[in-house]
Design a protein around this ligand. Sequence first.
Ligand SMILES: CC(C)(COP(=O)(O)OP(=O)(O)OC[C@H]1O[C@@H](n2cnc3c(N)ncnc32)[C@H](O)[C@@H]1OP(=O)(O)O)[C@@H](O)C(=O)NCCC(=O)NCCSC(=O)C[C@H](O)C(=O)O
Ligand code: MG
Length: 289
Amino acid sequence: MTQASPQSTAARPYRSALYIPGAKERALEKAKGLACDVILFDLEDAVVPDEKIAARATLKAAIAAGGYGARAKIVRVNGFDTAWGADDVAAFVGTGIDGILLPKVESAAMVDALAEAIPDVPLWAMMETPLGLLNAAEIAAHPRMAGFVLGTNDLAKELNARFRQDRLPMMGGLHLALLAARAYGLVALDGVYNAFKDDAGLQFECEQGRDMGFDGKTLIHPAQLAIANAAFAPSADEIDLATRQIAAFEASEAKGEGVAVVDGKIVENLHIVTARATLEKARAIKAME
Ligand SMILES: CC(C)(COP(=O)(O)OP(=O)(O)OC[C@H]1O[C@@H](n2cnc3c(N)ncnc32)[C@H](O)[C@@H]1OP(=O)(O)O)[C@@H](O)C(=O)NCCC(=O)NCCSC(=O)C[C@H](O)C(=O)O
Ligand SMILES: [Mg+2]
């Protein structure tokens, strides 16, 4: 059985992060009733150039109107190297969003520019270019950086890589992002699975991402939510094991011993950190639901 990593402990769950095109009013409304932990309101790739400015206004009005409950509200803006990026960021200053997500981040300087443009809001970075991944540590180190989102479509394009079920061609990139995220205590969200009607393929990729250490999966369609929510939540077996590990370790400690044995495996202090994280994550999910 696999166990949740201690780093995936968070005050809120991040199992499912649904992209919603900022221009689609129907989808913006529908999101209020969807079981996603995070909404990624998108002004970048999901919005065509002719609709960019109108989408910004539509999205700003939808966020001001509220109704998204406990879901984390993160806005993905266009890059500063586009005609829209600076105005996108300025539009969401003081709007109460939970994060601002910059695409194609490649350096600490790009993060500094974002931080300067929007005070107080937690910063998120799309990790989706070779240079960005090679500079993942300096990007993660920014004091306001809160999370990484993998952009596996852009990454595949930049690498000239093919899509394969095992994602071998992009494993190096995924690991660079994860290592940096974990080194600096960030949330790490895996990339999207494009074939939104292929449940078995999505399940495989969610489980792979979870086992690697990602906190959740980015998604493009509501039909993908249940699979991601289940894959990234601690299972009943994991909760049971964590509970028994903590009880056994506390009993050992009371006897002056530093090691317990559960199901034939040793349990040390470090395993208890993981066990507590598993229970905390389960509590956070329950609170969300
Ligand atoms: C992929 C889609 C274009 C499919 O849309 P559609 O054909 O409308 O789907 P359905 O008819 O099955 O929709 C059923 C209902 O669900 C609503 N819906 C659909 N998608 C969403 C959504 N993302 N959020 C909320 N609600 C959604 C429809 O409105 C229907 O509702 P109802 O009318 O009540 O029946 C579409 O799903 C879509 O546009 N998805 C998002 C695409 C997107 O955001 N792409 C950009 C992000 S991915 C990316 O850029 C990754 C990264 O940068 C990288 O490099 O990898
Ligand atoms: Mg992208």
